[in-house]
Design a protein around this ligand. Structure first.
Ligand code: AMP
Ligand code: MG
Length: 418
């Protein structure tokens, strides 16, 4: 048996978990870079962020109204309002000039600093203003306890609090925190660059007219969208024909320029399965070439010049699933994520699934909620050659190996992918 034949037929099968851990050993964080906050959404912090001031840093009024000494209005009611003299107006963004003493009040706006002496703010709606001889007065029609409508200093965030941990992905809430603390630029991990090669002499470029026996390359664009969603930066390379020397040269060159190379196609047992031939003669280290999973059993991976090469099956369904299981966690980990694997949750199967399998299946699924329960069904025809159902998938349904299939209402594990 020559080495190519051995690689095709004499493969050692490993589990998805084993494959992941072999890949994980080669994960390196990308370098740190500083980017403007407005460009940092979706990126991950390379440092912990601590509060260098409390929030709020002044006693903040939560309403439009009047800052008062609460003792003054203890007896206030609509029938018997308490009248106070207005000593100043405090718009937000300004600082009070005077102390509020008994019998006095200050008109105050939402977000403005509460003046010294005042310990509550009465909502405007509970007051009536009056003018008398050039003086302003207000009658207060309700009693409110001390501290009402005032956020104390550090009421939200204390000085020195840990706000965001290194590795946190910047979403809306994180962006608001970073802006609050003056981070106009943020230290994040560079987006991992991922080169995407499709292989197959049947592949046409997306702009080409259909030709007999040939199809347009859809995997490269599907994978690029997956790379971007995972937090990477995709580089779609020219698709390669089934020519070993051409593929080898192209991959070797790409591996020097990117953090991860993805290929699709050519890992199976066909005569033109070019990646298998490359692995048969190249100088890198083959990590695995058969994984106990459906679809995508022949998914393979190698390390070459210290860079990872993940070779996915060419069938669109298998490429999609292989990416979600292996490439997405790699990209997330390279970009600084501490828990890169998708969380497993459970759902009830919404259909009978009759096919048993020698290997665990990862079925493209779509979820919905019925009577408060999460239910899931295949997002379309569950064949790895079927491309059109990928768009409806919001999870992978994990179906263990063996058996004769699964009955409707079985509780199954799913991995959300959106
Ligand atoms: P392979 O894994 O190379 O044997 O390909 C399996 C099937 O997937 C074949 O029908 C291919 O034509 C198809 N295929 C491979 N690569 C792509 C691609 N980039 N876009 C769409 N279909 C593909
Ligand atoms: Mg092929």
């Amino acid at each position: 048996m020559n080495s190519d034949t051995k690689l095709k037929f004499g493969r050692k099968v490993i589990s998805v978990e084993e494959a992941r851990s072999l890949l994980y050993d080669y994960v390196k964080h990308t370098e740190i870079e500083s980017v403007p906050l407005s460009c940092a959404f979706g990126r991950r912090l390379s440092v912990d962020i601590y509060a260098d001031h409390p929030v709020p840093h002044f006693r903040r009024s939560g309403v439009d109204g009047y800052a008062v000494c609460s003792k003054d209005i203890e007896q206030a009611s609509p029938e018997d309002p308490v009248v106070l003299r207005v000593i100043e107006r405090i718009p937000s963004g300004t600082v009070p000039q005077q102390t509020v003493k008994s019998g006095m009040t200050a008109r105050i706006m939402t977000g403005a600093p509460v003046p010294d002496g005042a310990d509550a703010v009465v909502m405007l709606e509970m007051t009536d203003s009056q003018q008398d001889g050039g003086m302003s007065y207000v009658s207060i029609k309700k009693n409110i306890p001390a501290a009402s409508n005032i956020t104390p200093i550090a009421g939200e965030i204390g000085l020195g609090d840990l706000l965001l941990e290194q590795g946190t992905q910047i979403g809306p809430g994180e962006a608001a925190i970073l802006a609050t603390f003056g981070y106009s630029d943020v230290s994040v991990y560079r987006k991992p660059r991922v080169a995407i090669f499709s292989t197959g002499s049947e592949l046409l470029n997306v702009e080409e007219l259909l030709q007999p026996g040939r199809i347009r390359n859809s995997n490269s664009y599907m994978l690029a969208a997956q790379v971007e969603a995972a937090g990477g930066s995709s580089v779609i390379m020219q698709a390669l024909s089934d020519d070993v020397a051409q593929v080898e040269t192209a991959l070797q060159e790409a591996l020097t320029k990117v953090d991860l190379v993805l290929t699709s196609g050519g890992v199976s047992v066909g005569d033109y399965d070019v990646l298998v031939d490359v692995f048969g003669r190249f100088e890198g280290k083959l990590l695995f070439n058969k994984v106990a999973m459906r679809p995508g059993t022949p998914t393979s991976a190698a390390v070459w010049n210290n860079r990872l090469l993940l070779a996915l099956s060419g069938n669109p369904g298998a490429s999609f699933v292989g990416f979600e299981l292996f490439a997405k966690p790699l990209i997330r980990a390279m970009a600084g994520c501490h828990s890169p694997y998708p969380e497993a949750i459970t759902a009830y199967l919404d259909v009978d699934y009759d096919k048993g399998s020698a290997y665990p299946r990862y079925v493209r699924g779509m979820t919905h909620v019925e009577n408060g329960c999460l239910r899931v069904k295949p997002s379309g025809i569950d064949k790895s050659s079927i491309m059109v159902s990928i768009k409806n998938a919001d999870c992978l349904i994990y179906l263990p190996a063996g058996g004769k299939g699964f009955k409707r209402d079985t509780n199954v594990i799913i991995f959300p992918i959106k």
